[in-house]
Ligand binder design. Structure first.
Ligand code: ADP
Length: 451
């Protein structure tokens, strides 16, 4: 397997020099997105003005439509950077992601209703006749002109619900909330990345950037309104700051080829429900890493290198290989790699040799490391654009990939040193506060204060 591994090492390894080139290109995309509408990296103004004071207080509801789950929460902000949260989670089915958008929002409202009726009313956390502000965390690229409005630009993360792209999702959700007569006031439509930025700053004011590495991948940061040329005609106070939702997953989704894509990445793209979109995200996020590894394995099966004489049909199903398997493979502590034996025999009904298992583990490492180093390029682009390198800053990061993939954060930090040299150590990522729940509540509170 050693020869094969060398080939994949060459394909999946990013040199520091290549990373610096990516950072330079990335910066240009960020600037362009701020300058004009409808750019590859859309740099969406969020209408969240400035940082929270840390003193925001009160009870807020949040609905979070994530890539995998729907979550409803009650957040009690206590001021002084403190909060409490009560929540329920509902798994989204693949059908729900594809059916009519209004039905998807109906499901959100039904889940919120059952949370209020069965959990909050029962426990006395909410009382009859009480109406609470609601933040709706909707983590798909939307263009906003106000905080309680947002036109869905396009679905990402495998969603494709009909009659939703090009529509005002806040209005759609609002009408559903009315239909179910819920005691809430939809105050803010936010993106989880923006929420993570605000929630992380609420508890750690060193935070300047937030990133999500989950089903998808995205970042947000605080920009000076005077440096957002495309907002000039809105006549917003030039001294104000506004959070920008970069939607950086779209970086390089155009005719330029800044990213070193392998043929497996190209297959992932071409067979996805959105070919040509989210080029950066497809090399990084949890939805795709397992699939990249599966495609390499399938190629070696076709070449007669792996699993000769065994039935490999289970491995041939697209997306059969979850990114969580890469985590498990990398963290297998046994010499025999028993965890990897288990994954392949239990989930895919194939036997593996020790040499093959070592190869799979090495391959997972290459794919996981490339994802982390590309993430470092994105962070470096924002750091460099905003001039944060010398004074340093914290980056709040969230999502299963960041939280559960062994060594993901260390690899980002190594990548930052490869890009910036020793000064790269001034930038540190940490596990962020719950952006889509707490962040949404803080933004709802900040919005109430502004009104
Ligand atoms: P979301 O982004 O949908 O809100 P998550 O942050 O949990 O939710 O991300 C889900 C993604 O993370 C899925 O694509 C899944 O494959 C991946 N994932 C789940 N568990 C792990 C793990 N242990 N290691 C790496 N990736 C994981």
């Amino acid at each position: 397997m050693a020869d094969h591994l060398r080939k994949y090492e060459t394909l999946f390894t990013l040199t520091p020099q290549r990373m610096r080139m990516i950072v330079e290109a990335f910066k240009e995309y960020l600037e362009l997105g701020l300058e004009k509408p409808k750019q590859t990296v859309p740099m969406i103004p969020t209408f969240v003005f400035g940082w929270p004071s840390g003193e925001e207080k009160g009870d807020y509801l949040a609905v979070d439509l994530g890539g995998t789950n729907l979550r409803v929460c009650l957040v009690t902000l206590q001021g002084d950077g403190k909060f409490e949260i009560t929540q329920s989670k509902y798994r989204l089915t693949e059908e729900q992601k594809q059916e009519d958008g209004q039905k998807l929002f109906d499901f959100c409202a039904e889940s919120l209703k059952s949370f209020i009726d069965n959990s909050l009313m029962e426990s006395g956390q909410m009382k009859d006749g009480q109406k609470l502000p609601l933040g709706f965390t909707f983590s798909y690229p939307c263009s906003q002109q106000r905080i309680d409005h947002g036109i869905l630009i396009r679905w990402t993360k495998g969603f494709g619900a009909a009659n939703t792209e090009g529509e005002d999702v806040a209005a759609m959700f609002h009408s559903t909330l009315e239909k179910y007569q819920l005691p809430v006031e939809l105050t803010a439509l936010i993106n989880d990345t923006t929420g993570t930025l605000i929630a992380s700053h609420y508890v750690n004011p060193q935070t300047k950037i937030a990133c999500i590495f989950g089903t998808g991948c995205n970042a947000a940061y605080m920009e000076h309104v005077k440096d957002i040329p495309k907002m000039k005609e809105l006549n917003i106070d030039e001294n104000a700051d506004m959070a920008i939702n970069c939607e950086w997953g779209a970086f390089d989704s155009d005719e330029h080829e800044h990213l070193p894509r392998t043929k497996y990445d190209i297959i992932v793209d071409e067979t996805s429900n959105k070919p040509g979109e989210q080029a950066f995200e497809k090399l990084i996020s949890g939805r795709y890493l397992g699939e990249i590894l599966r495609l390499v394995i399938c190629e070696l099966i076709d070449e007669g290198v792996l699993f000769l004489g065994q039935n490999t049909y289970k491995l041939e199903n697209p997306y059969a290989f979850d990114t969580a398997f890469l985590s498990l493979m990398e963290s297998d502590p046994t010499d025999e790699l028993l965890m990897i034996i288990g994954i392949f025999s239990h989930f895919f009904a194939v036997e593996t040799t020790l040499a093959e298992r070592q190869f799979f583990r090495a391959l997972a490492k290459l794919i996981g490391r490339r994802a982390a180093r590309l993430s470092a390029c994105g962070i470096a682009a924002i750091v460099s654009k905003m001039g944060y390198l010398d004074e340093g800053c914290s980056v709040g990061a969230d999502g299963s990939l960041y939280n559960k993939y062994p060594g993901f954060a260390d690899r980002i930090h190594e990548g930052l040193v490869d890009i910036f040299g020793e000064r790269g150590r001034n930038i540190t990522t940490y596990h962020a506060e719950d952006g889509s729940g707490v962040g949404s509540a803080i933004i709802a509170a900040m919005t109430k204060k502004r009104k």
